[in-house]
Design a protein around this ligand. Structure first.
Ligand code: TYM
Length: 331
């Protein structure tokens, strides 16, 4: 059976980008067709400045949102990364497989290191080695597929390179995984800055739709989205990135095609109203279910405990095999 692994990092509140680029497919498709594991990758959140109490809150919130979005713990494994030691155990072996140069070439490293320097924070060493931990997340489970948004493609490429290199040097140990991306909405852009990805922590939240925003907040953000000085609705990411982004969001929500939808709306105002309605309706059940689940923290604890138990059992033999293959004595 196909094995799928993916994760979300609790560095901020989850966004519409996370949902459309990744989580929705996990819910609607991936958990039904494969042995799928979905992880709140909290160790990755330690690679940038963080507050321990906030991280705890965001980790629980992210896990609750995954369930609220529709991941079913009877169908798939939902867990928190730091509760399964195999990730960090394997990461070290992969650090001994990766090179300094290939990690410094990672786009996200360059962007995030630059941002950390600008804000006067030091660049944590773990920010550089982050993609190696991500490779360990994936390879520990023998995942065949990794459903992610566009921004993670380079990290999955690196994961493939490390798997191939390890296998060549030490004997076949790891499945070489491939990234899968959604047909539309693989890169949702910030509504105020349509040349930048909608991330969890852009300086101002005005261009970011959070999954837990209430309908008024969603409407306000969408209606104020930056478009351009033109008037006709066309789908062209180069010429009209803000409008193209709105069309992609609408297409992702309604299952349509951005190019065809462009022909349906006469004005930017009409397009924005349609996007706002679609996003509000898309998020409504998630927000409602989140409120129900948040009222019963014991349930989440139980799901995560079971999830970590199963994940650990799956990962341990493969990580043990990697330890043996690389020349370490069995314990
Ligand atoms: P993270 O937490 O930044 O994002 C989680 C998922 O959401 C997707 N995504 C987007 N998709 C479309 N448009 C956007 N604006 C947008 N923003 C985020 C991401 O591509 C991702 O699929 N390094 C990863 C977490 C991770 C991981 C892993 C993923 C750690 N280990 C192993 C897969 C497998 C990250 O920072 O995702």
């Amino acid at each position: 059976m196909t094995r799928i692994f993916s994760g979300v990092k609790p560095t901020g509140h989850l966004t519409l980008g996370n949902y459309l680029g990744a989580i929705r497919r996990w819910v609607e498709v991936d958990q039904h067709r494969a042995d799928a594991l979905f992880c709140v990758v909290d160790l990755h959140a330690l690679t940038v400045e963080h507050d321990p109490a906030r991280l705890r809150r965001l980790s629980r919130q992210a896990a609750t949102l995954l369930l609220a979005a529709g991941l079913d713990p009877e169908r798939c494994t939902v867990f928190v990364q730091s509760q399964v030691d195999e990730h960090t155990r394997l990461a070290y072996l992969l650090e001994c497989t990766a090179s300094d140069g290939e990690l410094r070439r990672m786009i996200q490293y360059k962007e995030k290191a630059e941002a950390a320097r600008r804000s006067g924070d030091g660049v944590r060493l773990s920010l550089l080695t982050y993609p190696v931990l991500m490779a360990a997340d994936i390879l520990a489970y023998g995942a065949d597929e990794v459903p992610v948004g566009d921004d993670q493609a380079q990290h999955v490429e690196l994961t493939r390179d490390l798997a191939v290199r390890f296998n060549q040097r030490y004997g076949h140990t790891f499945t070489v995984p491939k990234a899968t991306h959604p047909r539309v909405a693989a890169r949702i852009m910030d509504l105020q800055d349509p040349l930048s990805k909608m991330g969890k922590s852009h300086e101002s939240g005005a261009g970011i739709v959070y999954l837990l925003d209430d309908p008024d907040q969603v409407r306000r953000k969408v209606m104020r989205a930056v478009t351009d000085s033109g008037t006709s609705v066309v789908y062209d990411r180069e010429v009209s990135p803000g409008v193209a982004n709105l069309l992609e969001i609408l297409a992702a929500c309604s299952g349509g095609d951005p190019e065809e939808l462009a022909g349906v709306y006469e004005s930017y105002g009409a397009l924005k109203r349609a996007v706002a309605d679609a996003v509000v309706e898309l998020l409504r059940p998630v927000r409602e279910r989140h409120a129900e689940l948040a009222a019963d923290p014991g349930y989440l604890d139980e799901v995560l405990r079971k999830g970590a138990g199963r994940a650990g059992e799956l990962a341990r033999p493969r990580v043990d095999a990697a330890y043996a293959a690389i020349g370490l004595l069995p314990g």
